[in-house]
Design a protein around this ligand. Structure first.
Ligand SMILES: [Zn+2]
Ligand SMILES: [Zn+2]
Length: 303
């Protein structure tokens, strides 16, 4: 077989160079494995590390500064390539290019993005990208710092529409209670109340008010309670993590002296303790059930 030559550089082509009449080197120059914009800028929240290009803030999986930059580049630059999953990328930071603001925040740098075709490691490409970082506050942290938002949430729920009156009653009592509280301490207030399918969500200005209301409700109602907390940021001035607390309250759908029936038997509700309901059957049998039983089972009210 006669020799074939690279159409670009004239090198003799071997069997491993069947790239449209070009040697691999020239082929890759003409057809780079990937092409990225040479410049990018994005926002990083000073308080929580979330990042964004515009208004859509993304929570990083790992909240470490250079890992955040990497995740932002993956999101904003490499996303379509990563979806195809045919190239493996690595990102490295060139320390010599780091520029800092007067406040010592890293504001620009150059990163080297290298990619190798997974199918054929001979096919690779590198590109230098200059990155501008805009240190700012995300919406959430702006609100948190401003103190005009909410720190905690109480979710009041009933089992079904039949028990909506419980929500209404509890809300009335909460309003009266909070009004009294507000006079003494203006930091304690309900930011907003949102209707939900089986109840309402109360957005509260502080954690104390949440605990206060839970205690207040506990004295008057029986309910299942579930507390959760979520890390939403960091108060750098005070040097502590900021959490958003949530309390789910599911009102027990039975009251003392209710007559209910399930499994073809009638029972009257004799006593309700902190977490159990004591029932008395028609034939004087005594049954003790957890609160959760009344949410999971089909129970009919007789009176
Ligand atoms: Zn060539
Ligand atoms: Zn933030």
């Amino acid at each position: 077989m006669p020799n074939r030559f690279c159409a670009i550089c004239g090198k003799i082509l071997g069997d491993t160079d069947p790239h449209f009449g070009m040697c691999l080197k020239c082929y890759l120059k003409e057809n780079p494995l990937f092409e990225l914009p040479t410049k990018i800028s994005f926002n990083i929240c000073i308080d929580c590390g979330n990042f964004s290009k515009k208004d859509n803030w993304i929570e990083p999986e790992r909240n470490e500064f250079f890992s955040i930059i990497e995740q932002a580049l993956q999101n904003f630059l490499l996303r379509s390539y990563l979806k195809k999953n045919s190239i493996s990328f690595s990102i490295s930071f060139d320390k010599d290019t780091f520029k800092y603001s007067s406040k010592d925040l890293l504001i620009s740098l150059e990163v080297l993005i290298s990619g190798v075709l997974k199918e054929d490691s001979n096919i690779k490409h590198k590109q230098v990208i200059s990155v501008d970082l805009n240190h700012t506050l995300c919406k959430n942290c702006t609100n948190l710092r401003g103190g005009t938002y909410y720190i905690s949430v109480i979710q009041l729920r009933v089992k079904d529409e039949e028990h909506f009156n419980l929500i209404k009653q509890a809300l009335d009592e909460i309003h009266k209670h909070v009004d009294g509280l507000f006079d003494k301490d203006p930091r304690q207030y309900i930011s907003k109340i949102e209707d939900q399918k089986y109840g309402v969500d109360l957005y509260l200005s502080t954690n104390e008010i949440m605990n206060y209301l839970v205690k207040f409700l506990k004295a008057k109602y029986h309910f299942l309670i579930k507390r959760t907390k979520k890390l939403v940021g960091r108060d750098n001035q005070k040097g502590k993590n900021l959490y958003r607390f949530k309390t789910l309250i599911k009102f027990l759908p039975v009251r003392i002296s209710d007559v209910i029936s399930f499994e073809d038997q009638n029972y009257s509700v004799e006593t309700i303790t902190k977490n159990k309901v004591i029932l008395r059957g028609e034939n004087n049998t005594k049954l003790i059930k957890d609160y959760s039983y009344f949410f999971n089972e089909k129970i009919t009210k007789k009176n």
